[in-house]
Design a protein around this ligand. Structure first.
Ligand SMILES: *[C@@H]1O[C@H](CO)[C@@H](O)[C@H](O)[C@H]1NC(C)=O
Ligand SMILES: *[C@@H]1O[C@H](CO)[C@@H](O)[C@H](O)[C@H]1NC(C)=O
Ligand SMILES: *[C@@H]1O[C@H](CO)[C@@H](O)[C@H](O)[C@H]1NC(C)=O
Ligand SMILES: *[C@@H]1O[C@H](CO)[C@@H](O)[C@H](O)[C@H]1NC(C)=O
Length: 646
């Protein structure tokens, strides 16, 4: 048992009966006194709060066209035309092109314009359940085309954004020639002249039916980007990126999560399939049956980490696919090498390593910052083979990169791994009460040098076991208790991230999620605000105080920020029940500000921020009276952040 706990457990929480008269029917108001220590127990790691992330199409990745390159689809099927539709009588089919645009993209959209059509004919893409169009915004469209049979046709393709009722929102013209029997890439800039009321808009490519009668044109690798976060080419959707940036995350865990693993070994995430020109990325069927374009690839992830000043926690595939297959021990070699190559791409020297040279050729000669590499994901599901997979990967990676830290993903010390992991990634999806109970989990974990990452967690059900569609204030309060456990135990917990982070409400698979979105908007959950309040109100040292009772209803955590003058004392208080209660803080500091900023997130038990009530529960600021001894009334179902100066 470490010194910190010995100290704080000596201080007792007590219940004070305010009515001495009522001996038989006690009207007792919960009253808690918290004694705060004068000295810190440990420094809080700067990495503590961050974001876990996997798979980005139609969400963080700003590409607006769905099924843009016919990746991983079966030619000739209806499914291959997902998100595409014919306009005014053309014939569309996805083919395996005899002359594919690239070896990574064997499929093309074959468009035949029958004779007898007049006016605009062509095809449309319906986007990721709509396309948001904003007046004045410039959209960058591109695609490849070729005529499978040379023709004398010359004409213009009209590329446009339009409403489903045919109102043109932006358009541009591209001249094409039937002499192009090999692939030609064309680009168009579309400046929107109107903001339509709805996001039910489409991207269209049309040609004059009479002029193009009888022609067949093949198309491949479409793309349509709105303005992106920091105007990066192939970049991120601004509103979602802003929401993530506003969390102030210190790290970014990628590329999964289950999505790293693949349903089969062949479908695993492979870094080298995600870098270089988009036309060279084959995409993959992800773990939840939809196709990943891999447009958001390793370099984009790492650049995004730099843009938000986040440290990458990067996973390598570790010989196990989610479908249940483990690669036999004597066949792991190529997969270990692929992991080594991934790390060289990330941090290697371009002068001495070809994968690092590839990174340099793609515009980033400097190595990225990297400290943590995660070996697999949730390998407690395959712990019997992790016993040989773990050493196969770690021993080889350590030999190449001795300074990196390697995170194990099986249950801590079960099975016993060799070499002994220095870091573990734990996950917890729990009911409201389970979340609260686990707020004390790390208090009892041995201080033996092992460090912990809570790489995924969320309150997913209420106490009756019903899955939450959106986080509720009651669930969020429970998560905040769990998060206080990380803060209190941040001598051994170095990082924590909520999951899942993003949810497209028009195609939802997992919930609750931190941020929901549709084609037009983002919806920030109660749990989002709790994450933000913890992340934006960090201390650099933990100050022990009376330990909350694990079976109690009010919880707190005290940190000090010494990096500012005067120092700040930041007290977080959570109330998990429907009754307000008072907490008296007794501070041993000689000068304590007479007021504090209180940032309070509070709402009804089942209150959620949803598309219909997006701002039902948001943090509210006020000023409260403080001093060496002060009493704070914590509202029902609430998280409060009290910032005092010392
Ligand atoms: C279909 O053709 C009609 C008549 O030419 C035209 O007004 C309409 O815009 C076309 N549809 C699309 C989506 O281009
Ligand atoms: C990625 O590299 C592996 C070998 O590590 C190779 O088998 C695979 O074909 C490569 N994929 C792409 C798309 O280059
Ligand atoms: C509340 O105070 C915090 C810290 O100063 C600030 O970042 C935040 O913008 C304030 N919120 C509102 C709604 O004013
Ligand atoms: C705060 O409370 C402590 C303990 O009850 C007491 O010793 C101290 O004088 C109080 N400080 C102030 C400023 O009231």
């Amino acid at each position: 048992m470490h010194a910190k706990l010995t100290v704080v457990k000596m201080l007792q929480t007590f219940q004070l009966c305010v009515s001495a008269l009522t001996l038989f029917v006690g009207i007792c108001m919960a009253q808690t006194t918290v004694s705060v220590s004068a000295t810190a127990s440990h420094a809080i790691p700067t990495s503590l709060w961050g974001v876990m992330y996997e798979s980005g199409d139609g969400g963080l990745y700003a590409e607006l066209l769905q099924n843009r390159a016919f990746q991983q689809v079966t030619p000739g099927t209806t499914a291959a035309l997902n998100a595409w539709e014919a306009i005014n009588g053309t014939s569309l089919t996805v083919i395996a092109d005899t002359q594919p645009v690239s070896s990574a993209l064997p499929n093309a959209l074959s468009v035949t314009i029958p004779s007898g059509l007049t006016g605009a004919v062509g095809f449309a893409n319906t986007g990721y359940f709509g396309i948001k169009v904003t007046q004045g915004s410039v959209y960058t469209a591109s695609f490849f085309y070729r005529f499978p049979t040379a023709s004398s046709f010359r004409g213009n393709l009209k590329v446009a954004l339009q409403t489903t009722s045919g109102q043109i929102l932006a358009q541009s013209s591209i001249s094409v020639s039937g002499s192009h029997t090999s692939w030609t890439q064309v680009r168009a800039t579309l400046r929107a002249t109107t903001t339509p009321a709805s996001t039910a808009n489409i991207f269209t490519v049309t040609v004059d039916g009479t002029a193009a009668a009888g022609q067949t044109i093949n198309f491949a690798m479409f793309s349509l980007f709105p303005p992106t976060f920091k105007n990066r080419a192939n970049g991120m959707r601004v509103d979602i990126a802003d929401a993530l940036q506003d969390l102030g995350p210190s790290f970014f865990r990628f590329p999964g999560g289950n999505n790293l693993e693949g349903a089969t070994v062949a479908q695993r995430w492979q870094w080298n399939a995600t870098v270089g020109p988009l036309v060279d990325r084959p995409g993959r069927v992800g773990d939840w049956s939809y196709i990943n374009t891999d447009g958001l690839g390793l370099l984009e992830y790492l650049t995004w980490c730099e843009d938000l000043n986040m440290e990458p926690i990067m996973a390598v595939w570790a010989g196990y696919a989610l479908g249940g297959v483990s690669v036999p021990q004597d066949e792991l070699g190529p997969y270990v090498q692929q992991a080594i190559d991934q790390i060289y791409f990330t941090i290697g020297d371009p002068a001495t390593n070809e994968n690092a040279a590839l990174r340099a050729s793609l515009g980033h000669p400097e190595p990225f910052a990297l400290k943590y590499v995660e070996i697999g994901n949730e390998d407690f599901f395959a712990s019997t083979t992790y016993t040989y997979r773990w050493p196969a990967f770690v021993d080889a990676l350590k030999a190449e990169f001795p300074d990196l830290h390697y995170i194990a993903t099986s249950f801590p010390f079960d099975p016993v791994l060799s070499p002994t992991p220095t870091e573990y990634d734990n996950h917890l999806y729990a009911s409201r009460s389970g979340m609260v109970a686990n707020g004390f989990f790390y208090d009892d974990v041995a201080r033996d040098g092992t460090q912990y990452f809570e790489g995924e967690y969320a309150c997913t059900t209420n106490d009756a076991g019903a899955t939450l569609t959106f986080p509720t204030m009651q669930g969020t309060a429970a998560e905040a208790v769990f998060m206080m456990g990380f803060e209190r135990n941040s001598d051994i917990v170095f990082a924590a991230s909520f999951a899942p982070v993003l949810n497209d409400i028009t195609s939802s698979q997992w919930h609750p999620d931190l941020i929901s979105f549709d084609a037009g908007s983002v919806y920030l959950s109660t749990s989002y605000y709790a994450q933000k309040l913890f992340s934006k109100n960090r201390g650099d040292e933990y100050i022990p105080s009376t330990l909350p009772t694990s079976t109690g209803t009010v919880f707190w955590s005290v940190v000090r920020k010494t990096s500012v003058t005067p120092n700040e004392l930041i007290i977080k208080v959570v109330n998990t029940v429907a009754t307000a209660s008072s907490v008296t803080f007794s501070l041993p500091f000689s000068s304590v500000s007479s007021t504090a900023l209180a940032q309070v997130l509070t709402g009804g038990a089942t209150d959620s921020n949803t598309p219909t009530t997006p701002q039902l529960v948001i943090p509210v600021n006020s000023t409260i009276a403080t001093g060496q001894n002060f009493t704070y009334s914590t509202p029902a179902f609430s998280l409060s952040i009290l910032t005092l100066t010392l």
